[in-house]
Design a protein around this ligand. Structure first.
Ligand code: HEC
Length: 114
């Protein structure tokens, strides 16, 4: 649990280095402040994401990435957060439905499905 949380935090910090200032300020402000909560991440995933991405990340909807196989997960959390916030193709936007911290919890859980 601690190892997962610290590797997420590490990848967030790496991302912050690489990204532009506005996103950097936002990301560094939001993310490392709160430790990730995998239990909440799992609950939210099952509620909001599993219908398309599959309960085990196997991908139910044909175009949905299979997280189990690590698809799309080579991207840093801040990129994935942006996609989930704004939606992508047939994925609806979750802005206003989930808070950034909640999406980061879900993404941390998603990374455990590999
Ligand atoms: C209605 C079906 C649907 C739901 C619900 C859904 N997704 Fe997706 N998701 C997709 C599809 C389809 C794509 C691929 C979009 C594309 O072709 O780039 C995708 C892509 C993604 C990606 C990769 C984005 C990228 O930049 O490559 C992530 C991460 C993701 N979804 C996470 C989530 C999370 C987290 C939730 C729940 C909060 C969720 N999805 C809910 C259908 C869905």
């Amino acid at each position: 649990m601690d190892m997962i949380a610290s590797s997420v935090e590490e990848s967030v910090m790496k991302t912050c280095w690489r990204m532009g200032l506005p996103l950097l300020l936002l990301a560094c402000h939001v993310a490392p402040a709160a430790a990730v909560n995998l239990v909440q991440g799992q609950q939210l995933y099952n509620l909001h994401c599993a219908a398309c991405h599959g309960p085990r990340g196997e991908g139910v909807m044909p175009e949905a990435p299979k997280f189990r196989l690590g698809e799309r997960l080579e991207q840093p959390d801040m990129m994935l957060l942006q996609s989930v916030r704004s939606g992508k193709k047939s994925m609806p936007p979750f802005f206003g439905i989930l808070k950034d911290a909640q999406i980061l919890d879900v993404l941390a859980y998603v990374r455990t499905l590999r």
